[in-house]
Design a protein around this ligand. Structure first.
Ligand SMILES: [Zn+2]
Length: 334
């Protein structure tokens, strides 16, 4: 990540930090807080690399010099990362004590030292209290970057001694860019993001074989429902339900169906840019011609009804069975 990319996703954060670095006006402690998956850790890395880079440009660190590489791999002597130790639920007082010992000396190489505390909310109360003393009387040349997605779990006294930088949730558009860069298939991605609005969750979903299969089965179901209602129930019993064998999975199935009808509605309203199942455009257009916008909305409310039954722990297969019969009726009513 460089500063330009960051500006696109987290405009305010980028502005504050870039400005402070340019003018050499960084305060001694920043708290990077905001939802998961918004790039807080990457920003901590970006700031640190920018400070130590041997050949920084206006856009940020070069990423190739010795310092950039050592920071990225966690091997720079003047940069310390603290996080809960493997398998541990919290950041312990001893870890903060280690940090303080390390910081009692000037930076080995540049007179500057940076420490980054990831999942800062996981500090024990004792760890927080030790850290508090430390950031109250900072050593010159030290920079603290605390990273958290649970700011309310931190002591007020810690928060008040840091400059708080709040990260905003990424827009669907930025999520999409970031995930296609990871090589995830576009058609799956679009559905996963529309379902979750959460980068990590969507990314996890796309990597599950089950989800690809679920999406393709829902598409088949929507096609069968449209062509001949008679073939739908056998399909549900034989093919569909074995793959949607618990209510959580069935809920994803219903949500995907809802997205399908939402796409039909978007077509009716001429909002093509909102279509999720872009790769199914021909089928969507064909169905749109025979389902009025009123009936599309009616279908959506039937699915929402089914979703509520599922939340009330009605058996998933019975919910689906009832739903497709009602959706079939919605198609054929005069
Ligand atoms: Zn560099």
């Amino acid at each position: 990540m460089n500063w330009q990319e960051l500006s696109k996703q987290q405009q305010t954060v980028a502005k504050v930090l870039r400005h402070a670095i340019k003018r050499d006006e960084l305060v001694h402690a920043y708290l990077l807080e905001g939802p998961r998956g918004t790039g807080k850790r990457n920003v901590a890395l970006l700031v640190t690399q920018t400070l130590f880079c041997e050949a920084p440009t206006d856009q940020g660190p070069c990423m190739t010099c010795r310092n950039c590489r050592r920071i990225a791999s966690g091997n720079h002597p003047d940069v310390i990362w603290i996080a809960p130790e493997e398998g541990a639920a919290s950041i312990k007082k001893e870890q903060i004590a280690y940090l303080m010992k390390e910081f009692a000396y000037r930076g080995v190489e540049s007179g500057r030292k940076v420490f980054i505390i990831e999942q800062a909310e996981k500090m024990t109360a004792q760890a927080e209290n030790s850290l508090l003393k430390f950031i109250e009387e900072p050593h010159p040349g030290t920079l603290a970057l605390l990273v958290t997605d649970q700011i309310h779990q931190l002591l007020d006294t810690i928060i008040s001694r840091c400059q708080v930088l709040s990260f905003v949730p990424l827009s669907d558009h930025s999520l999409f860019r970031r995930m296609t860069a990871e090589g995830l298939p576009v058609s799956l991605l679009k559905s996963a993001i529309a379902l979750t609005h959460d980068y990590e969750e969507a990314s996890r979903l796309c990597k599950e074989e089950w989800f690809a299969e679920a999406r393709s089965q829902v598409l088949q179901l929507m096609q069968r429902l449209f062509k001949s209602i008679e073939s739908v129930l056998p399909y549900i019993y034989e093919k569909f339900s074995p793959n949607f064998d618990d209510n959580q999975k069935m809920a994803v199935g219903l949500d995907l169906m809802l997205l399908w009808y939402r796409d039909l509605l978007s077509l009716h309203l001429n909002r093509q840019e909102e279509i999720v199942f872009e790769d199914q455009m021909d089928k969507l257009k064909e169905q749109m011609l025979s389902l009025s916008s009123d009936r599309t909305i009616r279908a959506m409310s039937l699915i929402l009804d089914a979703r509520r039954q599922l939340d009330a722990h009605v058996n998933g297969v019975s919910v689906m069975e009832r739903l497709v019969i009602r959706l079939g009726g919605n198609l054929n009513e005069l």
